[in-house]
Write a protein that binds this ligand. Structure first.
Ligand SMILES: [Zn+2]
Length: 85
């Protein structure tokens, strides 16, 4: 298997769509979830809103990649996204 190059100059014709793991829908809509990080938890000591973009299945509303359908609880992992002040 060849690694995908950064410029993504690949023929997508033969590349399968990512499907929803529950309804096999192929259309996802972008959505945002937000976390308010307290000053104690924040790496820079300031309270801030962390916004994380997710993809939601248009058919059943399942968040892509989540373990249970329609569950929006985020696992305790390092924060991603930009801190908004
Ligand atoms: Zn779905």
């Amino acid at each position: 298997m060849k690694p995908v190059q950064k410029n993504m100059n690949v023929d997508l014709t033969d590349v399968p769509y990512v499907k929803c793991q529950y309804c096999e829908g192929e259309v996802f809509v972008p959505a945002m979830i937000h976390k308010l990080v307290s000053a104690i938890q924040s790496p820079n000591g300031q309270e801030g809103l962390v916004s994380i973009q997710i993809s939601v299945c248009m058919e059943c509303g399942t968040v892509m990649g989540e373990k249970e359908p329609r569950e929006v609880n985020m696992p305790d992992e390092p924060l991603e996204g930009d801190l908004v002040h």
